[in-house]
Structure formats: structure tokens, C-alpha cells
Design a protein around this ligand. Structure first.
Ligand SMILES: CC(C)(COP(=O)(O)OP(=O)(O)OC[C@H]1O[C@@H](n2cnc3c(N)ncnc32)[C@H](O)[C@@H]1OP(=O)(O)O)[C@@H](O)C(=O)NCCC(=O)NCCS
Length: 184
């Protein structure tokens, strides 16, 4: 198994529309606005924070994950702006093959502007080719068409469809993309 090339510092990544940069204190207020959007939180499966005070713990959690080489979360900042409009990240698998779980959230006011697609593509490229992950997984509720379409556009394939269960009362679609599949 090839060793992973986990970075010493969170890299700044750019394409023609957005920058992905490390999270900072300035991202807590926009995070809180997104995290308290009930529909968005429900679709992403995230708990709604009680107050903005939870933002410090949110930021520290991501910093700790990076320190432990267990995950990278970037702030998404459109060119010409300074405030982040979402986040995208990779949470590395703790065991077995070198893989990670992808997560992405974009603020409602910026939905359908191709920001999520651009952010996921950059995070994926970084994970698969720079870090050397073999596989990146993602999951989306069947009732989340934006997420399903985004993942499909970025090259993910359906790996498994999980029927409703006690822990998750909605159908969940499990996706994956491998370094080999993106080269073919
Ligand atoms: C999912 C999410 C990140 C998409 O971000 P976005 O920046 O709006 O995505 P994009 O603009 O890049 O759109 C991606 C594709 O989805 C489509 N799409 C976006 N919203 C849609 C909707 N409500 N219904 C159907 N398709 C939708 C877009 O049209 C685009 O497809 P196209 O290029 O074929 O037209 C965003 O909706 C979000 O943050 N949702 C709440 C949290 C969440 O669900 N996170 C994902 C958990 S896996």
C-alpha cells in the first residue's frame, strides 16, 4: 500500500472561480448562518447549533482533525470576495484502504452557481492525486437532488443504495470515486 502524502499545512487551491483556503475565525459567522438553515442542515445530516458560541468548537474540531492527519476542511471563497460561502472537506478513513469521505455545504443564497461543483472537483483532485487516496466516498439522501446531481457531475458512481432503517428513515445513496476510474 502506498503511503499517503498528507500535507504539513492546508494547501490553498484555486480554479478560475473560487479559492479553497484553510478555515479561520472569520468563517465562524458564515458557518453559523449556514448551519442554522434548517433545510440545509437536514439535507446534510448536520445538527443545528444552539448558538454561535458552538462555532469555536466547530473550528477547533477541524483543526484537531488536520493535526491528527485525519481530515482537511477548506473554506470556499469566490474570487473577488473575502467571506466564505461554504466549506468542502475530506475525512480520512481510519482503517484499511486509503480512502476518505467527502462533505460539502454551500450557503443557500449561492446555490446553483456551480460553486459546489467547483469546490468538490478541486478537493477530489487534491485527495486522489496529491494525497494519494485510492477512493473517495460520499453519501446523499435520495430526496436531495442537488447533492445527487453534483456528485454525478463530479464523476461519482453509485456504490450502494441503503433502504430506510432505524438510524436513517430516508433512502441513502452511497457513492464512490476511485483514482483509477477518473483516469479511464
Ligand atoms: C448540495 C449543494 C452543496 C450543491 O451546491 P451548489 O453550489 O448549489 O451546486 P452547483 O451549483 O454546483 O450544482 C450542481 C448541480 O446540481 C444541480 N442542482 C442544484 N440544486 C438543485 C436542485 N435543488 N434540484 C435539482 N438539481 C439541482 C445544478 O443545476 C447542477 O447541475 P447542472 O450543472 O446539470 O445544472 C448545496 O445545495 C447545499 O449545500 N445543500 C445543503 C447541504 C447538502 O445537501 N450538502 C451535501 C450533503 S452530501
Amino acid at each position: 500500500m502506498c503511503p499517503l502524502r498528507f500535507p504539513e499545512a492546508i494547501p490553498t487551491l484555486r480554479d478560475e472561480a473560487i479559492t479553497l483556503r484553510s478555515l479561520g475565525d472569520e468563517d465562524i459567522a458564515p458557518w453559523y448562518a449556514r448551519a442554522t438553515d434548517a433545510e440545509s442542515a437536514d439535507l446534510a445530516g448536520d445538527p443545528i447549533p444552539a448558538s454561535i458560541a458552538a462555532g469555536a468548537a466547530w473550528l477547533q474540531r477541524h483543526r484537531d482533525l488536520f493535526e491528527r492527519k485525519a481530515g482537511i476542511r477548506w473554506a470556499i471563497v469566490p474570487h473577488g470576495e473575502t467571506t466564505s460561502v461554504g466549506t468542502v472537506g475530506l475525512l480520512l478513513d481510519a482503517v484499511n484502504e486509503p480512502g476518505a469521505e467527502l462533505g460539502v455545504v454551500v450557503a443557500r443564497a449561492r446555490w446553483r452557481q456551480a460553486i459546489g461543483t467547483a469546490a468538490v472537483r478541486m478537493a477530489l483532485r487534491y485527495g486522489l492525486y496529491d494525497i494519494g487516496l485510492h477512493v473517495v466516498r460520499a453519501q446523499a439522501l435520495q430526496r436531495n437532488p442537488a447533492s445527487l446531481r453534483l456528485l454525478e457531475k463530479c464523476g461519482f458512481r453509485v456504490a450502494r443504495v441503503a433502504p430506510p432503517c432505524a438510524a436513517e428513515p430516508d433512502v441513502m445513496i452511497h457513492f464512490e470515486i476511485t483514482a483509477t476510474s477518473t483516469r479511464s
